[in-house]
Design a protein around this ligand. Structure first.
Ligand code: UDP
Ligand code: MG
Length: 326
């Protein structure tokens, strides 16, 4: 390992969130070494440990002790992928910051193409997946549907098939640091930020080792976050469904009243229809209250204004807490 000139400003920061990635770290270190030697500016590699319980931390610590370009930011517990990314970006010092997964599904070589685009003047370069190897048909299908729905209803143009693998210019990072919303959908936040954006396309390989840290329920939570943070379409839908059903109920009410006035029939035998209408309306009411509840829940977590993550490492804690303030 060659030592870096400490006085030279950092050119590139690689931000890598890790949760129990011990199985893949040796391979990742190798690929990172291959990448770093081709870069023509000083590099820092920031690993954000998101509450790992395996050897992840000690592997990174050993590496960081031998190579000053590697840093470990240890969160005090599992705060989730999006918060871990945020922690890394809060502390990154490079002129360009690159966020990537640890499992080599975001191939380090693609970073070179991103840097080329950045040098062409783009301030955000995101990686678009042309294919997704090693992911179940179900995951591909749900991802496809989700991106389609999100693109249709979101207030900003969030590119499809784009994850969190991207290069971001320092200027954009400074703007991003001002966005302290608690329920974070980072890829949407970058779409919202604007700036000059470009894509590089890549074939997404399967995980190099280890298991996915995104089980189904976590994926759903991320998806709901994306929808609710970037769209009020669910609220509007609730309004329209409410209006539509009220009109139906009004029509049915008129029919009942008129039928009762004319013939007096349909009063006692109406049990089945009454039950159907009442239970349907109850269900609808609860569902729509739930939609409103989603947004109220978000207001609640914003009002609490807790830090987005907590760092458990004395040498960096002060910095991180300052950075976490709005
Ligand atoms: N990750 C994390 N915190 C979490 C879940 C995941 O830091 O709560 C990291 C994980 O270690 C990996 C990246 O986020 O580097 C993406 O996770 P994963 O590869 O398991 O997701 P998938 O590619 O299966 O969607
Ligand atoms: Mg992965």
């Amino acid at each position: 390992m060659t030592a870096q000139n400490a006085s030279e400003p950092i050119g590139f920061s690689l931000v890598i969130p890790v949760l129990n990635e011990a199985a893949v770290l040796p391979a990742l270190f190798e690929r990172l070494d291959d990448l770093i030697v081709t870069l023509d500016a000083p590099v820092e590699v920031i690993f954000v440990d998101d509450g790992s319980t395996d050897e992840t931390k000690s592997l990174i610590r050993t590496r960081a002790a031998a190579d000053s370009r590697f840093r470990l930011i240890q969160l005090s517990r599992n705060f989730g992928h999006q918060a871990a990314i945020t922690a890394g970006m809060d502390l990154a010092e490079g002129r360009a910051v690159i966020v990537m997964d640890a499992d080599l599904q975001d191939p380090p070589e693609v970073v070179l193409e991103m840097i080329a685009k950045w040098r062409d003047g783009f301030q955000i370069v995101y990686a678009e997946r042309t294919s997704r190897a090693g992911e179940s048909r179900f995951k591909r299908w749900t991802a496809h549907l989700f991106y389609k729905a999100l693109r249709r209803i979101a207030a900003v143009d969030i590119p499809a098939n784009v994850g969190d693998f991207r290069l971001v210019d320092r200027q954009v990072i400074l703007a991003f640091r001002q966005m302290r919303e608690r329920d974070r959908y980072v890829r949407g936040m970058f779409a919202w930020l604007g700036f000059r954006q470009a894509a590089v396309r890549f074939e997404r390989p399967g995980r190099a080792a280890g298991e996915t840290k995104y089980p189904f329920f976590k994926m759903v939570r991320l998806g709901v976050n994306g929808l609710v943070s970037f769209s009020d379409a669910p609220l509007q839908l609730a309004l329209w469904i409410g209006l539509f059903v009220s009109l139906g109920a009004l029509g049915y009410g008129l029919y009942v009243v008129i039928a009762a006035l004319i013939g007096g029939h349909g009063l006692v035998p109406g049990w089945a229809s009454t039950m159907v209408v009442v239970s349907f309306l109850c269900g609808l009411n609860m569902m729509l209250t739930g939609v409103v509840g989603l947004y109220v829940g978000r207001i609640h977590s914003e009002v609490k204004a807790r830090p987005l993550y907590v760092v458990d490492a004395p040498e960096t804690a002060g910095q991180a807490v300052v950075a976490a303030k709005p």
